[in-house]
Design a protein around this ligand. Structure first.
Ligand code: GDP
Ligand code: IMO
Ligand code: MG
Length: 428
């Protein structure tokens, strides 16, 4: 205790990595609880930039330990690559990073199936990292966990069985024997590399909790990409929402003391699916270029939209958010006016809430309020009062519309460009 969940309030890429790293200075443990290397979390500090896909951003915060929880799907290749990258840049990883024995393993055939579907006309714009097919195996109870991966006899047996289960789909890619060879090609090396990191992490976290240590739980993706609560079927295959933190880390809900939602000052989305406040044309282009809105994982151009209050209210509700961080306020400088969606029109009806039905999610038309916007360089602001009046008014208006305190405002990539408005609301 305390335990703080940091969760994306939109469609991912809200700046969770930056905020987890910022708050990580006060944490003893940082835990990633779902997703896999579909995530791309950027952390900038001391003039260095890191793009993390699998490792919790806490690994870059001094003095805290990190866990890849049981709810995460782990590609051993991606894991080896990321640990080597961190070590080559002087970050101490061994003895500070642990992977749950119960996390599931992504193997080459998951990536083939994901890619095949994306390229075969049935795609939703996934990252093609094998995430969906790996979670499918988990739910079908044929998944391979880290504990199985570390046991060569069990692993070989399970891989051979699973290749047979997926034979019809994989036959469209290459012969099964070739795929099997690919799975085993680097297996021994990967197993030996991974073994020292594997642990029953739920035990550590329970012990830490009993010692009143601070836990920070880091989501990947965002609330609108949540398998249950997002814009289904254009979602990821796990539960980023705060409730997912308990199942994906192996702690109970009574341990959670606060939930911090991270939202941009506008909205972005990568991949296909409904996006009611999407703006194309000059304004969308301007925000994409100024905000460098290109994916950390796939390099795809992110779709741009205005802030969407019904969408954020849904995220606040489904996560039980106690506070918000607003990132990228600096990106909106020079945008006049700034629009905020405060409700929707659906035919003749007015909607105050984000709809559940896929047809309505596509058909709603946003109703906007306009704010005059602001000019000037925000990136050097240290206190809220340093911001231009128009920027302060925008934050206060959003806070009022949402009914949740915007406790942190971020005005640049680096950790120094972070304004804490209310430190008392962060951890409890
Ligand atoms: P995540 O997936 O939620 O961790 O977010 P990403 O790292 O994928 O994308 C957010 C991008 O915005 C990264 O390049 C961050 O370094 C950057 N960023 C975060 N906060 C700010 C901010 O306040 N201003 C600016 N200009 N960039 C920011
Ligand atoms: P972070 O953690 C933004 C999107 C994909 C696609 C959908 C399903 O950096 O915020 P998947 O590969 O998960 O099966 O793809 O989810 N997506 C993300 N979008 N940020 C992410 O992660 C994402 N991870 C997945 O673009 O629309
Ligand atoms: Mg990202």
């Amino acid at each position: 205790m305390p335990a703080l969940v940091v969760v994306g309030a939109q469609w991912g890429d809200e700046g969770k990595g930056k905020i987890v790293h910022f708050l990580g200075k006060d944490a003893d443990w940082v835990v990633r609880y779902q997703g896999g290397n579909n995530a791309g979390h950027t952390v900038v500090f001391g003039g260095q930039k890191f793009a993390l896909h699998l490792t919790p951003s806490g690994i870059l915060a001094k003095g805290c330990k990190s866990v890849i929880g049981n709810g995460v799907v782990v590609d051993p290749n991606a894991f080896v690559k990321e640990v080597k990258m961190l070590e080559s840049r002087g970050i101490k990883v061994r003895g500070r990073l642990f992977i749950s024995l119960a996390a599931h393993v992504i193997l080459p055939y998951h990536i083939y199936v994901d890619t095949l579907r994306e390229e075969g006309g049935r795609g939703i714009g996934t990252t093609k990292r094998g995430i969906g097919p790996c979670y499918e195996d988990k739910v079908a109870r044929i998944g391979i966990r880290i504990a199985d991966f570390l046991d060569p006899e069990v692993f070989r047996k399970l891989v051979r069985r699973n290749l047979k289960v997926r034979a019809a789909e994989l036959a469209k890619v290459k012969p099964l024997k070739t795929i099997e060879k690919e799975v085993f090609k680097d297996y021994d090396r990967q197993r030996r590399f991974l073994a020292p990191f594997a642990a029953d992490c739920s035990l550590f976290l329970d012990a830490a909790n009993k010692k009143k240590k601070r836990l920070l739980l880091e989501s990947a993706q965002g609330s609108m990409l949540d398998l249950d609560h997002g814009t289904y079927p254009f979602v990821t295959s796990s539960n980023p929402v705060a409730g997912g933190a308990c199942a994906g880390a192996g702690i109970g809900p009574t341990a959670i003391t606060a939930v911090m939602g991270v939202t941009k000052a506008y909205t972005t989305r990568v991949g296909l699916g409904p996006f009611p406040t999407e703006v194309e044309g000059h304004v969308g282009h301007y925000i994409r270029e100024v905000g460098k809105e290109y994916g950390t994982t796939t390099g795809r151009a992110r779709r741009i939209g205005w802030l969407d209050v019904p969408q954020l209210k849904a995220a606040i509700r489904m996560n039980g958010m106690t506070a918000l961080t607003m990132t990228k306020l600096d990106t909106l400088t020079g945008v006049h006016p700034i629009k905020v969606c405060v409700g929707y029109k659906l035919g003749k009806k007015r909607l105050a809430d984000f709809p559940v039905s896929r047809r309505e999610q596509l058909d709603v038309e946003p109703v906007y309020e306009s704010y005059p916007g602001f000019s000037g360089d925000l990136s050097k602001a240290k206190k809220f009062s340093d911001l231009p009046r128009g920027a302060r008014e925008y934050v206060l208006a959003v806070e009022k519309l949402l009914g949740v305190p915007v406790s942190i405002v971020s005005v640049g990539q680096s950790r120094e460009q972070t304004i804490v408005r209310d430190a008392t609301r962060l951890w409890s």
